[in-house]
Design a protein around this ligand. Structure first.
Ligand code: OOG
Ligand code: NI
Length: 471
């Protein structure tokens, strides 16, 4: 193992996210408009918000999504993300929503890395065994087996990074440039129009995954402080915005994630001509709809108890609002969610959210002692007393993951038309986290463990400071 002056993975990720954003703005000019709207609304909303982040970190915030075709593509992508300091967190079974895919979220996991740059990527893998039509299944598999979405230079840099334990600044530049190629847009399909139509007829997602030479990023998502405020300017600028915001209703203390998107563009592409002939010069004009823009409002990460309450209320709201128009559905959802406390003290006292602890600077009263060796029950009594005395304070830990129902809603709105259970071209599948992990060749991290560790870490460092007499 050589030693060299390596670029920190957090800095690599930040550079990668910035370059990817620039690339996508060039490819999809509407995305540039979206960013402008978001920046101006964020500025307005920032002053009145309870959000603990800095405006700078908010403007950096992005996620993206890619759809991969084979386990070996996923394995290499997972190595690429590892170089960028991103690990697979969480498992999302999309078969429940009628999609032949499952997913994970690649993201930074350390509190300090999230603070530097929280860029995350929703990464789906096709599950061909869930495609009902045998013809479509084998065509998709055949096409995917022929493609290579990574440049030779990228693979070379990947090995270098793994051998050296990182990349020097010059290598880092090459790595980012080559990695972006894998996620860029090439308006030439690696399929004939007939192959494309065959897959699309089964499910539009199949054509998007299998008919291209590379794994284009299908959207990027800046973070919005108040997502409700962005809807109007988005419509004014002529973006075809999805009719409902996904996730929890509007609240004083936002939880989890609220998301909305503008609908996918119909983009010109060229297909390979069937049969003989010079493919490059002889292409057939067509179009493809897959790429879009999205915005999200991130709230507090919730504990398993908070998540169970969220899932329960969402299920009730969805059932009650079935068949209603979007404003009626929003009203129903808001009323159902009255049951989810919207007051910080209560959210914390009922153990519904994860908290970050901070020392306020106020001294520990003389009548109290902070002893690090206390057992759990005594310790939590001390913590409560310190909070009551104003020595400690808490704030939300930002949710850094995705929501499966919201993701399914975003998929549906961008593929056009909802499938009904009866004509699903997808075999019903069960979730297969083990299969996804095996495809990647590594295990998937549990987001709850990460949030709990962040909470504990912040509390421990406060208590250490206080025990050491910090004022
Ligand atoms: C991914 C959709 C999921 C989100 O924000 O929930 C997603 C896709 O369309 O490939 O990005
Ligand atoms: Ni998204």
């Amino acid at each position: 193992r050589q030693t060299c002056d390596v670029v920190h993975p957090d800095d690599l990720r930040r550079a990668f996210a910035v370059d990817m954003s620039r690339m996508y703005r060039e490819e999809v000019p509407l995305y540039g408009d979206l960013i402008r709207i978001v920046q101006s609304v964020n500025k307005q909303a920032f002053a009145s918000s309870v959000n603990p982040d800095t405006l700078e970190r908010l403007t950096l915030e992005r996620h993206g999504a890619i759809r991969l075709g084979t386990p070996s593509e996923l394995r290499t992508v997972s190595r690429i993300f590892a170089v960028l300091g991103m690990q697979p967190v969480g498992y999302y079974d999309l078969s429940a929503a009628g999609l032949p895919m499952h997913a994970t979220c690649f993201r930074p996991v350390q509190v300090s890395s999230l603070a530097t740059n929280p860029f995350r990527v929703f990464t789906t893998l096709l599950r061909p065994q869930l495609i009902r039509s045998q013809e479509a299944r084998s065509l998709a598999k055949r096409m995917l087996s022929k493609r290579n979405i990574f440049s030779a230079e990228l693979i070379q840099m990947l090995s270098t990074a793994e051998e050296q334990g990182g990349l020097d600044p010059e290598q880092a530049g090459i790595f980012i440039h080559e990695a972006l190629k894998t996620f860029s847009w090439a308006p030439v399909a690696a399929a004939t129009a007939k192959e494309y139509e065959l897959l699309k007829a089964q499910h539009p997602i199949l054509a998007d995954i299998a008919c291209f030479k590379i794994a284009h990023i299908n959207h990027l998502t800046p973070r919005k402080l108040n997502i409700t405020l962005a809807q109007a300017p988005m419509l004014e600028e002529g973006l075809r915005v999805k009719d409902r915001i996904e996730g929890p209703p509007r609240r004083r203390w936002p939880i989890l994630l609220r998301q909305t998107s503008f609908l996918a563009l119909e983009e010109a592409i060229k297909f390979i001509r069937d049969g003989e002939g010079d493919e490059k010069q002889d292409l057939i004009q067509g179009s493809h709809k897959a790429r879009f823009g999205e915005i999200e409002e991130c709230g507090a990460a919730v504990t398993p108890a908070g998540r169970a309450l969220y899932d329960k209320l969402l299920a009730i709201a969805m059932e009650k609002s079935a068949g209603q128009d979007s404003s009626a559905a929003d009203a129903i959802t808001e009323s159902v969610f009255q049951e989810f406390p919207d007051d910080w003290a209560q959210l914390r006292a009922r153990g519904l959210v994860y908290c970050e602890y901070e020392c306020t600077g106020k001294a520990v009263p003389d009548t109290m002692a902070v002893d690090l060796d206390l057992d759990l029950a005594d310790r939590s009594a001390v913590v409560e007393a310190l909070l009551a005395q104003g020595v400690l304070e808490t704030k939300p830990i930002t949710y850094e993951d995705f929501l499966p129902f919201s993701a399914a809603g975003i998929f549906q709105s961008n593929l056009g038309g909802k499938s009904t259970q009866n004509d699903l071209p997808i075999l019903s599948g069960s979730s297969d986290q083990h299969g996804l992990a095996a495809a990647m060749g590594r295990s998937i991290l549990d987001s709850d463990e990460l949030y709990a560790a962040a909470e504990q870490g912040s509390l421990n460092s406060c208590l250490q400071k206080l025990a050491a007499g910090y004022k």
